[in-house]
Design a protein around this ligand. Structure first.
Ligand code: NAP
Length: 300
């Protein structure tokens, strides 16, 4: 720990399993401020990640075995890809201390909750969260201490999650810089399908379409890429495993939003075909309005 904290740490030991972009950002902020935990433990299956976390010096202890990392922790946060969260959770739950908190940061909620449910223990409160912050980069070098500043972190506690544990995790996210909102898991998945998952699906698809074009056209796409296409390529640079897991774990909500989007895109196509200027201007105005709202809300 670098600075003497002015408020006491929330936990004795915090274990972060999967210190990639999100996990290492939690560790960096926790280490910088010293207000989250007295001891920080990082655990990763990948020796190269463990080596890098050790070099970065963002944890007091670096473990290869999640059971060792979790056994004496007061709070464990699973920061592994969505498809691995329930598996790792089920693996560590039997060794966790009674009263310790289990949390996770996956980008989808309902499927994780369903998958982990059989392994949950009544004496270990489970507090699922989703920090709405990130970049297209992954791994421990991609993290930074201010990643969560002013971003939303959505919490989706279960009906029987101890409210005191939820409050503690909420305070942790405030100390990590985020604003918080408590939400029903199914509602979370629908909201994220439209604000995050569908935009990524569109970005991957449009880049694939450009790539499918004839060689000459493709090189022109790359040569003349203006801001619109460039912005799509930034989103499309995201980690394939992470996004595969998100799409497959939020299948229903994502397909519903995609169907809605395709209807609206069809309406736009019709307006362009028939020269319906008012319709076209109205849709563009709505987009500009949303962008202005985001800027006012400091989310852009
Ligand atoms: P990341 O940078 O790829 O980090 C994930 C880390 O977990 C990697 O070091 C990975 O090791 C490790 N890992 C994978 N399986 C493991 C296991 N079974 N046990 C221990 N470690 C394991 O990913 P991220 O972007 O931080 O995302 C982590 C989680 O946060 C995901 O669930 C994601 O949905 C969620 N999330 C991401 C964002 C975002 O924008 N990136 C935003 C909000 C929430 P390897 O390198 O060997 O795979």
């Amino acid at each position: 720990m670098t600075d003497t904290p002015t408020v006491s740490p929330l936990f004795g030991t915090l274990a972060v399993i999967g210190p990639g972009l999100i996990g290492s950002s939690i560790l960096r902020r926790a280490q910088r401020d010293g207000t989250i935990a007295r001891e920080l433990v990082a655990c990763d299956i990948d020796p190269a990640v463990r080596q890098r976390v050790t070099e970065l010096g963002i944890a007091n202890r670096v473990e290869a075995d999640p059971l060792h990392a979790a056994a004496d922790a007061d709070c464990v946060i699973l920061c592994v890809p969505v498809g691995a969260i329930a598996t790792v959770g089920a693996q560590i739950l039997p060794v966790m201390k009674p009263g310790a908190i289990l949390s996770e940061v996956g980008s989808t909620k309902q499927s994780i909750i369903n998958a982990i449910a059989p392994a949950l223990r009544p004496d270990i409160p489970f507090v699922p969260t989703h920090p709405m912050a990130g970049t297209e980069y992954s791994g421990p070098d991609a993290g930074f201490a201010t990643l969560f500043d002013d971003r939303w972190c959505l919490l989706t506690p279960l009906e029987d999650t101890d409210p005191a544990a939820t409050a503690l995790v909420e305070t942790m996210w405030h100390r990590l810089g985020a604003r918080t909102r408590i939400m029903d898991p199914a509602h979370h998945d629908r909201v994220c399908a439209i604000v995050s998952h569908l935009p990524h699906l569109l970005a991957f698809t449009i880049c694939g379409t450009a790539d499918d074009l004839a060689d000459e056209t493709r090189s022109e796409v790359l040569d003349f890429a203006a801001s619109g296409f460039r912005d799509f390529t930034r989103i499309a640079a995201s980690d394939p495993v992470m996004w595969r897991d998100i799409f497959l774990n939020n299948r229903e909500a994502l397909l519903e939003m995609l169907a809605r989007f395709m209807e609206d895109a069809q309406a736009m196509a019709r307006a362009i075909r028939w020269g319906d200027e008012d319709f076209i201007v109205d849709r563009i105005e709505r987009g500009r309005h949303i962008r202005r709202s985001l800027l006012e809300n400091r989310q852009a």
